[in-house]
Ligand binder design. Sequence first.
Ligand code: ADP
Length: 333
Amino acid sequence: MLAYIRSTTARLAASYLAIIMAMSIGFSVVIYHISTHELGRQVPSRVIRLLTEPDYFNTYLQQRYDESRHALIAELILLNLVMLVAGAFISHVLARRTLRPIEAAMDAQTRFSADASHELRTPLTAIRTSNEVALRKPKLTLAQAKQVIGSNLAEVTRLERLAEGLLKLSRGNSISFKIEPVWLGEVANDAMNQVLAVAQAKSINIDDTVPKIQVSADRAAVVQAVTALLDNAIKYSDKGKTVYLSGQQKNGFGFLSIRDQGPGIKASHLPYIFERFYRADHSRSHQVADGYGLGLSIAKKTISQLGGDITAASRLGDGSTFTVKLPLAKTAN
Ligand code: ADP
């Protein structure tokens, strides 16, 4: 109870209640004044003159006036007490409703900061440890120094990528898109060019059969999202495998699918892979893929903002298919 009294909800509810009661008491005062004014109106003298016992009549009227006034005060007090109880309940419900989305936003913010700090700590610890170890050595050869610098640089690169991802996520809502008709085939081409070097290094073949489909979107943003999906498909595939790019249109939407022959994703992980910082365990496939679990959440957020969606279908050991869905361009309908 004490905790509730100190809570933000209680403070906001108290403010609402104060407003409700101020209005209720204000109306009561007005009603009281109007009613007593009406009750106290003088009886016209020509009526008094007709009466046989005017004094008795006046006393009776005064008595009625006092009685009615007291009854009115009692009723108004009762009404205000009822308003106080009902108002407290309504205020609490309203305060909860007002605060719920604010609390959810604050929770998300806190979780985001906690996750980000946690992710930042790992490369920072690695940098500190390798530097401390190097410093403790009485003699550091040039080769050893180069190795420390090399590992530091690798961690700094990871940190840079993380910072970039975090920035993209936090900027998410304020990005302004340039919406125009975009060919999915061109998106696939641009994305393939971005990952060409990585694919070649792993001897991964990309099979592109995207047909002529035009969607309404921001080309650069879609290319970025598809690149992230293509990058994952290559990253999680074994050497020499093939990644398939295909497309179709249905119900006013264009679809671009990226299918790989990688390790697949466990059904228990699948619902969470689009969450920030979520990384499924791929120990079975011995993959030590580099990443922070931000790529999918950034891509999904972008595509959702463009009025589309990204979905994933996968079975462990059977590869994964990620599908980007975007509204068809008006000219394509
Ligand atoms: P990461 O940087 O870890 O790749 P993502 O957000 O891109 O972050 O992906 C989240 C997780 O989803 C990955 O850690 C991985 O477990 C899983 N995942 C994504 N794409 C694939 C894929 N093509 N095959 C298997 N698992 C994938």
